[in-house]
Each structure stands twice: as C-alpha cells, then as structure tokens.
Design a protein around this ligand. Structure first.
Ligand code: NAD
Length: 380
C-alpha cells in the first residue's frame, strides 16, 4: 500500500499532513510512504529527514497522487487533482464537506473514498485523531501572543524602580479548547484573566487555570446542546449576554474571542457601540473570524483599527506554528490511518461510528449528511 503526502496548495499554508516521526511509525513491509519534494519544508522538515525514515521523495504532486492508495492532506485536493487519483483511492484531510459541494461531487464521481477529520465524532475513543482540538490548541496559544505583541501594554505586573505596572486584563469569550489554551497562555504571561462561556460545565476548568469565570446571573443563559457543544441562544438570552460582555469590555485590555456553534455562523458578541466603549489601545483577537466573527467589525485575515481598538481577524493561526502544529496534526492522522489500515489494507467498517462519522464519499455515494444537503440545495 502507498500512502502519499503532497505539498499543501492552499495559499499561506505551512503545515504538512505527516511529519517524519509519523512516517516512521506508519512505514513497514506492507506500507510505503511517498512524499512530494519540499512538502515539509515550510514546517521545517527536510526531504532528507523523510528519506532517513524510509519515505521516497517524488518530484511532483501529480506523480504523488497517481500512485496513492491513500492520499493524506491537511486541507483537500482541488477538483482537477481529484482526476489524478485512482478509482477507489482513499483521501484523508480537512475537506470541510459542508462548504465544498463541487469537490465532494468530484470525489464521488471518481469513486474515491474520502474522510474529513473535521467531521469525526468528538467521542473519547476518537480523541487521538481529533484535529479540531489539536489545531484549536495551537490557535488559542498564538492568539494570546498576537494580542500581547499588538497591545501597547505589558501583560505581567512589573515592580520596577521606574514604578509599578499593573497586569493586563484579558477577557476570553468561549472557553472551549482554544479558549482554555488562551487562558493558560495569558496566565503564563502574567495577565489577570476572566472568561465567559454559555456552557456552565466549563466554570471549573476556567477556574483550575487560575482565571475568573464571569459570575453573571447565569439563569437562563446555559446553552449546552448535543455532544457537549453550545447551541444558539434565544434573542433574550443573547441580549443578556451582550449586556454582561459590554460591562466587562470597558474594563479589559485584551479580548480573545473563540465562541462558535458547530455548523452555524459564529455568534456576534461584540457590536460596534461596544468597541467604541473599550479603552483606547485595547486589542481583540477574533478566532471566530473565519466563521463570520464574534466582533461585528472583524475582517477575516486582516487587522482593523476602529475607535482606537485593534481587531485582529485571525485566520489559520495553526499554520503560523507549522512545526508543532504539523506534528500534532500528523499524530492525529497517524491514529486515524491506524484505525483504517489493517495488515497493509484499508478495512472499512461502516458500523464503526468513527469510520462512518468521518466518511464523506464512498463507492460513488455522498455519505456525509451536510454535504448531501448542500449538493441537493445546488451549492458549490
Ligand atoms: P467550539 O469551537 O465549537 O466553540 C468554542 C466555545 O464557544 C465553546 O466552549 C462554546 O460553548 C462557546 N460558545 C458558543 N456560543 C457562545 C456564546 N454565545 N457565548 C460564549 N461562548 C459561546 O468548541 P470546541 O472547543 O471545539 O469544544 C466544544 C465541546 O466539545 C466541549 O464540550 C469540549 O469538551 C468538547 N470536546 C470533546 C472532545 C472529545 O471528547 N473528543 C474533544 C474536544 C472537545
């Protein structure tokens, strides 16, 4: 069996789907790994490192794709690239099937079996494969570093001969995986941190990291839905949440916002009038930028200055820590491949909820519900 690792083609992407240590663990008498020349260079893994663990380096992407039994990617192939794949080949990546209808159709037409790691069920058994958690960890960490760099203030309290500097005040909105990592990072830099989430279950986790869970009157604000995820708030709940956040925003130096609802636009938690009331020099890093933004003024992939506040529309932050983010992604990928591959063959068991949950196309059919709905609605 040949596992192929192409160079990522999404603009600005620096990660690679398999790092050399995972290649070493996957390779054996029944499995060979082919890596496109330079695929790991942006993540600081040289072709020599891949060769040293038994991978064959292939000169171009097309040659990598045409021989692949399993093609592994951080993102996804283009529709044209799907044409290079063998019928019955397997593709694993982050396909974002609910927004890439024509790619999903191309995969089905080519009778490719495709899996999207962003569609895995968030169950305990799938944790070692959970790329969303790994990449959110990287993003939460980097968001705080960006905020600290953009802030005109120190994060830690400093007691110096030139006077005492109070610690920065950081507010984290949404205490999921990224938010909890942001809290831990901001605390390590010495900031005083507060956090808010609509899932009351995270209060204990927030406090265990040394942050204050915003003690609002939570009655009616709890919004935990299926699978431990948040659900959308009612209009009244949302109004009360904005009121609580508005009050806090006037007192903080930095906001890291991470609030998200799976499959939906991110909730707007910071409106323009609320930005206007923030202290000049404040910084917002909006990790929800790519799904619409938690701040009304966020522009994905851009830094915006508004009313004296810097709003960083953070996009693909994990790619800005490419070595470790690739290592984490590739551990997740390795775990998923080990789940699929037995004795050098892909064994598909659709009775297994990990396999079934992550599968997007198989044998000419679109199996993923969100992608099927998008195709049926004529989306592209
Ligand atoms: P996410 O990225 O979907 O959302 C980020 C956070 O935003 C969540 O904590 C959510 O509650 C919060 N949020 C949503 N709407 C909000 C609002 N209006 N105001 C404030 N906060 C709001 O979440 P995630 O980080 O991917 O994780 C969500 C859940 O999944 C958690 O319960 C986590 O423990 C669970 N999880 C389970 C596993 C597993 O078992 N494999 C792995 C990772 C996460």
């Amino acid at each position: 069996m040949i596992i192929s690792v192409p160079k990522e083609t999404v603009p600005g992407e620096r990660r690679v789907a398999l790092a050399p240590d995972a290649v070493k663990r996957l390779s054996g008498s029944a499995v060979q790994v082919r890596v496109e020349r330079g695929a790991g260079v942006a993540a600081k893994f040289s072709d020599e490192e891949y060769r040293a663990v038994g991978a064959e380096i292939v000169a171009d992407g097309r040659a990598v794709r045409t021989v692949a039994d399993v093609l592994v990617m951080v993102h996804r192939p283009t529709e044209a690239e799907v044409g290079d794949l063998k019928e019955g080949a397997v593709v694993v990546g982050m396909l974002q099937p609910a927004t890439n209808a024509s790619l999903v159709q191309a995969l089905a037409r080519r009778r490719v079996t495709s899996f999207s790691l962003d569609a895995l069920p968030r169950i305990t058994r799938a944790q070692p494969m959970d790329v969303l958690s790994a990449m959110a960890t990287a993003a939460g960490y980097k968001a705080v570093l960006l905020a600290a760099a953009a802030s005109p203030k120190f994060f830690p309290m400093l007691v110096t001969a030139a006077g005492t500097i109070p610690p920065a005040k950081v507010l984290v909105l949404g205490a999921g995986v990224a938010g909890l990592q942001a809290i831990a990072t901001a605390r390590r830099l010495g900031a005083v941190v507060q956090a808010f989430d609509v899932r009351p279950a995270v209060k204990e986790q927030v406090e265990s990291l040394g942050a204050q869970f915003l003690a609002a009157d939570m009655t009616g604000l709890e919004a935990e839905g299926a699978g431990g995820y948040a659900k959308e708030l009612s209009t009244e709940q949302h109004r009360r949440e904005l009121e609580l956040i508005h009050k806090q925003l006037k007192l903080v130096d930095v906001v890291i916002s991470t609030a998200a609802i799976p499959g939906k636009r991110a909730p707007v938690l910071i409106t323009e009038p609320m930005v206007r009331d923030m202290r000049p020099g404040s910084v917002i890093v909006d990790l929800a930028a790519e799904s619409g933004g938690n701040c009304e003024l966020t522009k994905a992939g851009q830094d915006v200055e508004a009313h004296g506040v810097t709003i960083i529309g953070a996009a693909n932050l994990a790619s800005s820590i490419p070595t470790h983010a690739s290592q984490m992604f590739s551990r997740n990928m390795q775990a998923f491949l080990q789940h699929l591959i037995k004795d050098g063959n892909v064994k598909l068991d659709f009775a297994d909820e990990v396999t079934a949950g992550a599968c997007i196309t198989h044998a000419g059919e679109i199996r993923h519900e969100g992608a099927r709905a998008l195709v049926a609605a004529g989306g592209s």
